[in-house]
Every structure is written in structure tokens, then in C-alpha cells.
Design a protein around this ligand. Structure first.
Ligand code: ADP
Length: 264
């Protein structure tokens, strides 16, 4: 199926922890800088970008020079506090190099369950767009308990895309897209290029556990993209290892897995 994203204006881009870190857990500054440059360049083109960024805990672990993330909740929440501000420092530094500013929004499920908060969120995003500020969104991990947890940023980015009426949702991961089975375990796994049948879902075998650094795994990406597409938003899962990936997608190249948005 031909992909035409030439009319896309508002884009929500989600980047996972595995894209922001090296396998040793350290931050991949090269990729963060390139991602930031691309977001700013898209703003220069007149597009409106929203970044949903994971990586706070990993950034906190880096800042405090710990060998690995704590294996208890309050420890991880403390890492998220340290890491979220560290990550924002890096994004702001990178954006500033290209003439832009970041604006941070930390959300929980409560926001999406409450009409007034939802409205406030939409107004704030619109206002940030007005000032060409790039919203950087994450779940408020430091105070989230199970009851108010969204759980993963794939879901969060899909909810955000729907709330801000995005034209396109891009989920960047460490994998080329959705395969019929986990390509890290099966050499013969085949990439699913396009998903049009949103009702019957994607037929794939997935390793239920997420990667060591990531949290969601591929199922959460499939659900996030399916829900966005059902709401009429085109969605693509693609590999951040290709530094040009955002441009490739916007040019309509056949990269990643494309969930075709239902006709509005
Ligand atoms: P992120 O940190 O980017 O959110 P995750 O590590 O949570 O990413 O999820 C992506 C991982 O899901 C891939 O690296 C891959 O090993 C695994 N995976 C399992 N099954 C599949 C599948 N059918 N297609 C693609 N990836 C899969």
C-alpha cells in the first residue's frame, strides 16, 4: 500500500528506553541529539511535534553512577525523579542548539479519566504549539501507584495522539517493526509491513516479556497503534537505529509497520 504522509502536520513521536540507551544502560547521546535535531527541523518545516520520551529511570541510574536500576519500587521512583530532570536538561540543551525549547508534561491515568484535566491538557498543548515549544511527555513515574498507572509509554503516546488530534503517531523502538514472531529469537521472522484489518488484530507470536531495558514489549505497541488507527490516526512502528527513520517515514518510504488510520 502506498504511504502518503505529505499532508501530516501534527506528529506524536514516542521513543523507548531501548532507543535512548546503549545495551550497557548508558545514554545514547548521539541518538538523543539526532532525534532532537530532527524534531526541531520538523518544527522549522511548519509541523507540530510532540515527544513522548521514556528513559527517566535509566537517566537517573546514569546520573548517580549506579551499576543497575534498583529492584524495588521507591528506588526506581527516586531514579525517575533524578533522571526525568536530567533527561529534560539534555533535551533542552539539544533543542536550544537548534533554536527551540522543551516543555515538560508528566501525566498519570487520572488526567485521561477526568474531562476537565483532559481539556486543560489539550489547551496547554495547543498553547505550547502556539509558542513553538516542543512538549516532552512522560508518565509521572515518581508518584504513580498501580491504580493511576498508565503502565507504558506506548499506550500513553497513543492516548496523547488521540487527545491532541495528531495526524501521525510514530513509535520508535530497537526493532524494525512488528514481525510475525520475535526476530531476536527466530531468524525466519517476517516483518509485517502494513496493518489494515484493525478489528481482527495483528497475528503474531510475541515474546511476552519486554527487553531488559524496555518496559512495554511489542504487544503494547500493537495495541497503541491499533487504538490510534481506529481513531483515524496513521501509526508507524519503526527502528530508531536508522537515524534517518523519521524522514524516511514522512517521505512515504516502506519502513517499519504501518497501521493504516481508519477513514475519519
Ligand atoms: P521499547 O523500549 O522501544 O519500548 P521493548 O523492548 O519494550 O521496546 O519492545 C521491543 C522488543 O519486543 C523487541 O526488541 C523484540 O525483541 C520484542 N518482540 C517480541 N515479539 C516481537 C514481534 N513479534 N515483533 C517485533 N518485536 C518483538
Amino acid at each position: 500500500m502506498k504511504r502518503d504522509f505529505s499532508a501530516v502536520k501534527r506528529i506524536v513521536i514516542k521513543v523507548g528506553t531501548s532507543s535512548l540507551t546503549y545495551p550497557n544502560g548508558k545514554l545514547n547521546l548521539h541518538r538523543i541529539d539526532r532525534l532532537s535535531r530532527d524534531l526541531c527541523d520538523l518544527e522549522n518545516q511548519g509541523k507540530e511535534v510532540v515527544l513522548v520520551s521514556s528513559g527517566a529511570i535509566a537517566a537517573g541510574v546514569n546520573r548517580l553512577h549506579l551499576p543497575k536500576k534498583p529492584d524495588y519500587v521507591s528506588g526506581r521512583q527516586a531514579m525517575a525523579c533524578v533522571g526525568q530532570s536530567a533527561l529534560m536538561e539534555i533535551y533542552n540543551k539539544c533543542f536550544a542548539d537548534y533554536g527551540y525549547n522543551a516543555g515538560q508534561l508528566l501525566l498519570t491515568k487520572v488526567v485521561f479519566d477526568n474531562p476537565e484535566m483532559k481539556q486543560n491538557f489539550q489547551n496547554t498543548i495547543d498553547e505550547m504549539m502556539h509558542y513553538n515549544v516542543i512538549p516532552v511527555i512522560n508518565e509521572n513515574d515518581s508518584i504513580s501507584v498501580d491504580e493511576i498507572k498508565l503502565g507504558d509509554n506506548d499506550n500513553l503516546s497513543s492516548l496523547v495522539a488521540r487527545l491532541v488530534n495528531a495526524d501521525l503517531l510514530i513509535l520508535l523502538s530497537d526493532i524494525d517493526g512488528v514481525y510475525d514472531k520475535d526476530p531476536k529469537e527466530h531468524d525466519d521472522a517476517k516483518l509485517i509491513s502494513t496493518v489494515t484489518d484493525l478489528e481482527n488484530g495483528v497475528k503474531c507470536e510475541a515474546n511476552a516479556k519486554a527487553s531488559l531495558l524496555g518496559t512495554g514489549g511489542i504487544y503494547t505497541k500493537i495495541t497503541a497503534c491499533t487504538n490510534a488507527a481506529k481513531a483515524g490516526i496513521d501509526a508507524v512502528v519503526a527502528n530508531s537505529q536508522n537515524l534517518n527513520v523519521i524522514y524516511d517515514i514522512l517521505e512515504g518510504q516502506k519502513v517499519g509497520t504501518y497501521f493504516v488510520g481508519a477513514k475519519k
